[in-house]
Design a protein around this ligand. Structure first.
Ligand code: ZN
Length: 82
């Protein structure tokens, strides 16, 4: 049985920062491993939240960055429940 992906590798996959030949093997492992799939989905949700926060900080002025962060968190918890 192949070894599971490390957190670092999962993160690089989610961010698209892995070399394609590595991503190929990592994704192949993901397809066959429910545990890594769950971790990958959680990492993706975190990445979405971070992207939302970055947008809230760097983007145009919004009514309240804090409420944006709360909304993003709510979306993540909904995704995790589903
Ligand atoms: Zn695995």
């Amino acid at each position: 049985m192949r070894r599971c992906l490390t957190d670092d590798r999962l993160e690089r996959l989610v961010r698209g920062r892995a070399p394609w030949w590595r991503a190929f093997f990592w994704r192949r492992h993901l397809r066959g491993c429910a545990r890594c799939q769950a971790r990958w989905q959680a990492a993706q949700a975190d990445e979405h939240l971070l992207a939302e926060l970055r947008q809230a900080v760097a983007g145009p002025i919004r009514p309240s960055p804090l409420s944006t962060a709360r909304n993003a968190q709510g979306m993540v918890s909904l995704e995790r429940q589903g």
